[in-house]
Design a protein around this ligand. Structure first.
Ligand code: PEP
Length: 250
């Protein structure tokens, strides 16, 4: 049985006080989530330390949205994986399309970040996905394969065991356009086949989340697909009732 995971990516939203209230709302409803479904919230860096205290012993895990590719030193504005881990966060989102697109994060940089995060016991939630024009040009499988081979396939099997993948078609992120459940399943099965080519049977154990305008009204159908193991949720994770409703959609 693979893990079932629903992770909320808050992006650059909420003040610390709003974040505290949102976590309180999530915790008030967490008892409704079926046993076996893992919840993760990914807050801005500024919220991590109080969020870790608030989430202690709740069963809800905490993630950062990025980390540096260096251990420490003269990298103004960066946050090292060891610093993130010291807050109590146990996951870090890496490779999000917004980081790739707006901050020029390359596969090579993401491999460095992923390796360093793992070294410091942060489990990467590693995002992959094609842009609209890539899907329209029918190169979406090649794009995703390249993203996986450049980073995930460079890891050892011990490292892979800690990684969660998130397939997020860029055209579906924050646009209200969701991939159909058939499109999601087709790509998730393909991702698993790319992993299997390198890691064999271990590919069956890797949790692959879907992300892109996932909401209470569509999560059920998407999560019912055999190779979809949950969701990475952006906008809908900012409303506790929606986030929890999605987590109840397995
Ligand atoms: C995301 O940014 O990871 C995401 C899936 O966003 P949204 O759910 O808002 O499309």
């Amino acid at each position: 049985m693979r893990r079932k995971i629903v992770a909320g990516n808050w992006k650059m939203n909420t003040t610390p006080a709003e974040g505290k209230a949102l976590i309180a709302d999530v915790l008030a409803k967490v008892g409704e989530v079926p046993a076996g479904v893992e919840l993760i919230v990914s807050t801005p860096f500024t919220h991590l330390i109080p969020a870790a205290e608030q989430l202690a012993n709740s069963g809800v895990a905490l993630a950062a949205q990025n980390c540096a590719n260096h251990e420490s030193g003269a990298y103004t504005g960066e946050v090292a994986p060891a610093m993130v881990a010291a807050t109590g966060a146990t996951y870090v989102i890496l490779g999000h399309s917004e980081r790739r697109e707006y901050y020029g994060e390359t596969d090579a940089l993401l491999l460095e970040k992923t390796k360093l995060a793992l070294k410091h016991n942060l489990a990467p939630i590693f995002c992959i996905g094609e842009k609209l024009e890539e899907r329209e040009s029918n190169i979406h499988f090649d794009v995703v394969k390249t993203q996986i081979e450049a980073v995930v396939c460079q890891l050892s099997s011990e490292e892979l065991a800690k990684v969660v993948l998130a397939y997020e078609p860029v055209w579906a992120i924050g646009t209200g356009k969701t991939a159909t459940s058939a499109q999601a399943q087709e790509m998730h099965a393909f991702i698993r086949s790319v992993l299997a080519a390198k890691f064999g049977k271990q590919a069956e154990e890797v949790a692959i989340l879907y992300g892109g305008s996932c909401k209470p009204s569509n999560a059920n159908e998407i999560f019912a697909q055999p190779d979809v193991d949950g969701g990475l949720i952006g906008g809908a994770s900012l409303v506790a009732a929606d986030f929890i409703a999605i987590a109840k959609s397995f």
